[in-house]
Design a protein around this ligand. Structure first.
Ligand SMILES: Cc1ncc(C[n+]2csc(CCOP(=O)(O)OP(=O)(O)O)c2C)c(N)n1
Ligand SMILES: [Mg+2]
Length: 569
C-alpha cells in the first residue's frame, strides 16, 4: 500500500495498464489528474471535438489490441462522447471513457454542466461505474480496464469531480488478461464432424478473427478444408485478400464473388462473428445467404450466439483457439489432405469474373471523375500494409469492393453503427498506434464536415501525419440516392456547397492537394505518403445519379404514399 491522492491513483493505474496516450479536451473537472499526465509519461492529445477523442481512442485500441482512454469535461464534454463510444461498442473495441461529473454534494441539484451521465452510456458500454468513494479510484479504474479487455468493448469510469482530491493508501497493479478458450470438447467434436462431412464448407471470417489475432489459425483450417474464406461486412481485413482462398466481403457494396461462393455452401463456419443482421441482407438483387447450410457460429460473447439466425452449433469460444483445436480434430479424423485444385480454380474464376464486372462499372461514362474509377486508382496507389479508415456514405461504401488487405487491423470502419464522421478521428488514433504505416482516412465531403475538417487542426497541432481523402461530390450522396430512387429527385437538404478543402488544409498548416483525374492519383498519394505532414486530398468526383451505388437501406425504404392533396406531387 502506498499513500497517494485519487488523481495519482488514477494516473498510476493508467501507467500500470501501459496507456501512453489520453485523448480529450481539457476541463476544470479533471485538472488535478491532467496535471500529472506529462510526468507520468502519458501524452495528452487535445482534439477539436470530444467525438474525435473517443474515435481516436477506438482507432488506437483497434490497431494495438489494447485498451485506450478518452476523457472529457462533465456534462457537454461527456455527452459529446456518446456517438463515438457507441461506434467503439459495435467495433468491440476496448475504450475506457473517463467521465468526470458534477461534485458529489451537488448531484441532482441542476448545477453547472450537470448531467446524469450513467444512462447516457448505459447502452454503449460493457461496464460502467460511478466512483462512490475516492478511496476506490484505483480499484474501480482497474475494473474498467479489466472488463474492456475481457468483454471487448467500451467501459465508463464516472468520477464526481471532488473525488479527484484527498489522501489514501492504495495498491496499484496491472489487470490480468483472460483467455476465452476453444469451446467445449463435445462442441469441437461436433464441429469437426460437420466440417468433415461437408462437401462445400465456407468460412465466414468476422471481426473476432482480427481481434483474437487468429488469421494464421483460420488460414490453416481453410487450407486443410480447401474452404473459401469470406469476410463479414466491413471486415475486409479479417483474412488476407491475396490468399487463393480469399473471396472478399459479403454485404452492402461487397464482393459478388464472395456472395456467390457462400450461396453454394452446405456448411458455414461463422468464426468470430455475431452474424449482424445488416451484414447478411440481400445485395445486388441476390439472395445469397445459404438458408439450407448447416451453421457453426463461434463468438466469445454467448449472447450473440443464435441471436439473428438459427444456428446448428453455437460455440462460445475464442476464434483462434477454436480453429486450432478443430483442425487438430479433423486431422485425427481424416488424416492429411491436400488442396483441392479444382476448387481453387473455381474460386479464381469467380474472382476474375467479379473483377471484370467491377472494372466495367468504372468505365461507364461520367461527367467528372467517376467515383469507381477514382477508387480503383486510389486502392492501387495506397501502399501495401497501410491502414485505411472509412466513413459512411455512398462513395465510402463502394470502397468495400476495391480494398483488400494483407493482414488484420488495417481496415477500420464504422461497421454497424454507421455514423458519418468517424474516419478522421479513428485515423488519428490509428497513426499513433502504427507510426510507421501510412494511415488514410477516407470520407465523403459531408462526413468530413461533421468530424474531419476541424480535426485537421488537431493533426497539425499534435503532429499526426495522416492522409485524408475527401470524396468531394458536393452532396450527401447516400441520402440523395434515396431521393432519386424514391422521391422523384426532389432534393431536400442533400446538396452541399463546399469551400476549397485543399486550400483550407494549407491554411491550417497541413498539405493540401486537389485531384480531378484518375491518372494523377498515384503521384499525389506518393507525395502525401512521403511528405511527413498531415495531408488533405480533395478528390473532385462525379455525384450524378448514374454513378451512385444502390441505396444503403433498400431493405427498409418504401415508395411514398400521400393522402393529402397538398403533398401530392
Ligand atoms: C451522424 C450521421 N448523420 C447522418 C447520417 C445519415 N447519412 C448516411 S450516409 C449520409 C450521406 C453521406 O454523405 P457524404 O459524406 O458526402 O458521402 P457521399 O454519400 O456523398 O459519398 C448521411 C447523411 C449518418 N449515417 N450519420
Ligand atoms: Mg458527398
Amino acid at each position: 500500500m502506498t499513500r497517494m491522492t485519487p488523481s495519482e491513483a488514477l494516473v498510476e493505474t493508467l501507467v500500470a495498464e501501459e496507456v501512453n496516450v489520453v485523448f480529450g479536451i481539457v476541463g476544470s473537472a479533471y485538472m488535478d489528474a491532467l496535471d500529472l499526465l506529462p510526468p507520468a509519461g502519458i501524452r495528452f492529445v487535445s482534439v477539436a471535438h470530444e467525438q474525435a477523442a473517443a474515435h481516436a481512442a477506438d482507432g488506437l485500441a483497434r490497431v494495438t489490441g489494447k485498451p485506450q482512454v478518452c476523457i472529457a469535461q462533465n456534462g457537454p464534454g461527456a455527452a459529446n462522447f456518446v456517438s463515438a463510444i457507441t461506434a467503439a461498442y459495435w467495433a468491440h473495441s476496448p475504450v475506457v471513457a473517463i467521465t468526470p461529473e458534477t461534485g458529489s454534494m451537488g448531484i441532482g441539484t441542476g448545477g453547472f454542466q450537470e448531467l446524469d451521465q450513467m444512462p447516457w452510456f448505459q447502452a454503449c458500454t460493457k461496464y460502467q461505474v460511478r466512483l462512490n468513494r475516492p478511496e476506490r479510484m484505483a480499484e474501480l479504474a482497474r475494473k474498467c480496464f479489466y472488463v474492456a479487455k475481457a468483454e471487448c468493448g467500451p467501459t465508463q469510469l464516472n468520477i464526481p469531480r471532488d473525488y479527484f482530491y484527498g489522501d489514501m493508501e492504495c495498491e496499484i497493479y496491472k489487470t490480468s488478461d483472460v483467455s476465452h478458450g476453444a469451446g467445449a470438447e463435445v462442441e469441437l467434436e461436433r464441429a469437426a464432424d460437420m466440417l468433415a462431412r461437408s462437401s462445400y464448407p465456407v468460412i465466414l471470417a468476422g471481426g473476432g478473427v482480427s481481434i483474437s489475432n487468429a488469421v494464421e489459425e483460420t488460414r490453416a483450417l481453410a487450407e486443410y478444408l480447401t474452404a473459401p474464406v469470406v469476410n463479414t461486412y466491413l471486415h475486409n481485413d479479417s483474412f488476407p485478400g491475396d490468399h487463393a482462398l480469399s473471396v472478399g466481403p459479403i454485404g452492402y457494396c461487397g464482393s459478388k464473388a464472395a456472395m456467390r461462393t457462400i450461396a453454394r455452401a452446405d456448411a458455414v463456419l461463422a468464426l468470430g462473428c455475431r452474424l449482424g443482421p445488416f451484414g447478411t441482407l440481400p445485395q445486388y438483387e441476390m439472395e445469397y445467404w445459404p438458408e439450407k447450410a448447416r451453421i457453426i457460429q463461434v463468438d466469445i460473447d454467448h449472447r450473440q450466439l443464435g441471436l439473428t439466425r438459427r444456428v446448428e452449433l453455437p460455440v462460445a469460444a475464442d476464434a483462434g483457439a477454436f480453429a486450432r483445436q478443430v483442425l487438430m480434430k479433423l486431422q485425427e479424423k481424416t488424416g492429411s489432405r491436400s488442396l483441392d485444385e479444382q476448387r481453387l480454380a473455381e474460386i479464381k474464376k469467380e474472382k476474375e469474373a467479379w473483377r471484370e464486372e467491377l472494372r466495367g462499372w468504372s468505365l461507364a461514362p461520367s461527367r467528372l471523375l467517376h467515383p469507381r474509377r477514382f477508387l480503383e486508382a486510389l486502392s492501387a496507389a495506397v501502399p501495401k500494409g497501410s491502414i485505411v479508415t472509412t466513413d459512411v456514405g455512398n462513395t465510402c461504401s463502394m470502397c468495400n469492393s476495391y480494398f483488400g488487405f494483407s493482414g488484420p487491423r488495417q481496415f477500420l470502419t464504422a461497421l454497424s453503427w454507421g455514423n458519418c464522421g468517424i474516419a478522421y478521428g479513428v485515423a488519428l488514433g490509428a497513426k499513433l498506434g502504427a507510426p510507421d504505416k501510412p494511415v488514410f482516412a477516407l470520407q465523403g465531403d459531408g462526413a468530413y464536415g461533421i468530424s474531419g475538417l476541424s480535426e485537421v487542426m488537431t493533426a497539425v497541432r499534435e503532429n499526426i501525419p495522416i492522409i485524408a481523402v475527401v470524396f468531394n461530390n458536393n452532396q450527401w450522396g447516400a441520402e440523395k440516392k434515396n431521393q432519386i430512387d424514391y422521391y422523384d429527385s426532389r432534393f431536400v437538404g442533400t446538396n452541399l456547397q463546399n469551400p476549397d478543402f485543399a486550400q483550407i488544409a494549407r491554411d491550417m498548416g497541413a498539405e493540401g492537394f486537389r485531384v480531378e483525374l484518375a491518372g494523377d492519383v498515384k503521384e499525389v498519394v506518393d507525395t502525401a505518403v512521403n511528405c511527413g505532414k498531415p495531408v488533405v486530398i480533395d478528390a473532385i468526383i462525379d455525384g450524378s445519379p448514374e454513378v451512385l451505388a444502390e441505396p444503403f437501406r433498400r431493405d427498409a425504404l418504401k415508395m411514398p404514399v400521400r393522402h393529402l392533396a397538398k403533398y401530392r406531387p
